[in-house]
Design a protein around this ligand. Structure first.
Ligand SMILES: [Zn+2]
Length: 134
């Protein structure tokens, strides 16, 4: 028996962020954008996309089974559908803000632009990218 190192159970939690498993595969499909978990209810998840819908982003429901811990399957194959975990919830929601560019929770002193509300802030590394590319 070699199952002594049981992996921690994967759990979908509020404020985790997810990104599409295979961006290229789903390119052009409006649903394949990163999102933040808002509510987990049974086998479905209400997610929030700061870039979707109206100015303050859009909510939508997706099936829980579409959310995966990693971008690869148990057999090591690359997932083509669904979403993979990108960032765990903030340790300290008061001191951390979600960067809307890389979907990572960053400490406030790591933000180039700090805005109220998820996903409207920009972290320093992303800001540097924006400046280089503009
Ligand atoms: Zn960022």
């Amino acid at each position: 028996m070699s199952d002594g190192t049981k992996a921690a159970t994967f759990e979908v939690k509020r404020w985790q962020t997810y990104v599409p498993c295979k961006t290229e595969y789903l390119r052009g499909e409006s649903r394949s954008k990163p999102f933040v978990v808002d509510v987990v209810e049974g086998d479905r998840v209400k997610v929030w996309d700061p870039t979707g819908g109206q100015r303050m982003g859009g909510h939508r429901w997706i099936a829980l089974r579409n959310l995966h811990e990693t971008g690869t399957t148990k057999t090591g194959k690359e997932r083509r559908t669904g979403f993979r975990l990108h960032c765990q919830p903030p340790v300290d929601p008061v001191r951390q803000e979600l960067c809307g560019s890389c979907f990572t929770w960053a400490a406030r002193d790591q933000l180039a632009i700090s805005a109220r509300g998820f996903g409207h802030s920009t972290c320093i590394p992303c800001m540097a990218d924006i400046e280089i590319n503009s």
